[in-house]
Every structure is written in structure tokens, then in C-alpha cells.
Ligand binder design. Structure first.
Ligand code: AMP
Length: 196
């Protein structure tokens, strides 16, 4: 199974991806988590990524693509993977297409978690307060939502044109959303191709 999990920041991708990956016996690969651990270890990659992350901007494609190419080349990805938070730009879609073509594989589905932007901003501002994340200010939280809307949301149409998108309502409890994701993966795509 080769899956993508897409959706705006705060939609619950991390929570759902762990459960989904366990169900299919595949690794969950979250580019945000890899970047955060590189930042914590102060590696050269982490030093490069940190400024972008602090501003709510995307890390440059060359950096992100090289990191993902290396990760997908590891042995545990041979039977499948779930990517959480990648691809987020058109260049990243192209890179993933090339990586899959080179290994003669294809994506099985793209799960999109849909949650209203204002609800997300509310969730993330509350979470930052509870966890004492003082650098996660409302302007940075809003900037992340804008960057997603500008650069990543349009990519959903590309995957919809390939018949891969399963859009799932991301509101409600973790269990409710997981049940919807399961149902969506068992069903045919509900979003018809809208890109020629
Ligand atoms: P996340 O935890 O997925 O929200 O990611 C946290 C941050 O890591 C993002 O705000 C970006 O700065 C960076 N990041 C994660 N994934 C990507 C990606 N695919 N492309 C560029 N930057 C990314």
C-alpha cells in the first residue's frame, strides 16, 4: 500500500497516520517530524530547515526532496509507505512521481482530511498555549494555513484527476475520523477528475 495523507496544518494527520500505517503494516513517514528531529540534533539539514519552519514557510524543495528520496530508499519502504505532509508543492509531486516510476510502483490513494480553517486556527492557538509553544504565535499559525492554501491545496486537484483522492471530514473524535478514513479507503473515489 502506498498512501499519501494530505490536509492543512492541525487537521490531525499525525494522529491518523500512525493508526493507518499500523493497520497496513507500513511505515508512516512525516517530513515535519524528520525536520524537527534534525533541528533538535542540530544537523546541517536541521540548521537549514529551522529558519523556514520558524516562519511557517516551506523548506526548499531541493532539501525536502533529497531527504524523502533517501528515506523512501530504505528497506522498510519496499512494501509500501504512508507519507504524511509530503508532497506539498508541485515540484515535490514531480519528484515523488519520478521516484515511484523508477521503482515501478504507483500510489494507491491520497487521503485528504478536510477541516475548516478558523476551526484549525482555534485548535492550534489553544494547543500552543497548553504546550507552552511561545514561538507558535497566531500570525505564524495563520501563515502556515495560507501557505497550505496557496501551495498545497491546489495539488489535490492533480491527484483527483488521477482518481486517487478520498476526501474525509476531519472534524469530530479521533475514532470517528479513523472510521471515515477506513470507509473511504474501502470505497471508490468520491471526487471526480476536475483537471484536464
Ligand atoms: P508539519 O509538522 O508537517 O506541519 O511540518 C512542520 C514544518 O516542517 C512545516 O511548516 C515546514 O516548514 C516543514 N515541512 C514539513 N514537510 C514539508 C514539505 N513536504 N515541504 C517543505 N517543508 C516541509
Amino acid at each position: 500500500m502506498r498512501l499519501l495523507l494530505m490536509g492543512p496544518p492541525g487537521a490531525g494527520k499525525g494522529t491518523q497516520s500512525a493508526a493507518l500505517a499500523a493497520r497496513y503494516g507500513i511505515p508512516a513517514i512525516a517530513t515535519g517530524d524528520i525536520f524537527r528531529s534534525q533541528v533538535a540534533e542540530r544537523t546541517p539539514l536541521g540548521v537549514t530547515a529551522q529558519g523556514y519552519m520558524d516562519r511557517g514557510e516551506y523548506v526548499p524543495d531541493e532539501v525536502t526532496n533529497a531527504m524523502v528520496a533517501a528515506r523512501l530508499g530504505e528497506a522498510d519502504c519496499a512494501r509500501g509507505f504512508l507519507l504524511d505532509g509530503y508532497p506539498r508543492t508541485a515540484e515535490q509531486v514531480a519528484e515523488l512521481d519520478a521516484l515511484l516510476a523508477a521503482s515501478d510502483h504507483a500510489l494507491d490513494a491520497v487521503v485528504v482530511l478536510a477541516v475548516d480553517t478558523e476551526e484549525l486556527v482555534g485548535r492550534l492557538v489553544r494547543r500552543a498555549g497548553l504546550e507552552g509553544r511561545t514561538d507558535d504565535t497566531e500570525p505564524v499559525i495563520r501563515r502556515r494555513q495560507e501557505v497550505y492554501a496557496e501551495q498545497t491545496a491546489p495539488l489535490i486537484a492533480l491527484y483527483a484527476a488521477r482518481g486517487l483522492v478520498r476526501e474525509v471530514d476531519g472534524t469530530g473524535t479521533v475514532v470517528d475520523v479513523a472510521a471515515r478514513v477506513d470507509a473511504a479507503l474501502g470505497a471508490q473515489s468520491t471526487i471526480e477528475a476536475s483537471v484536464s
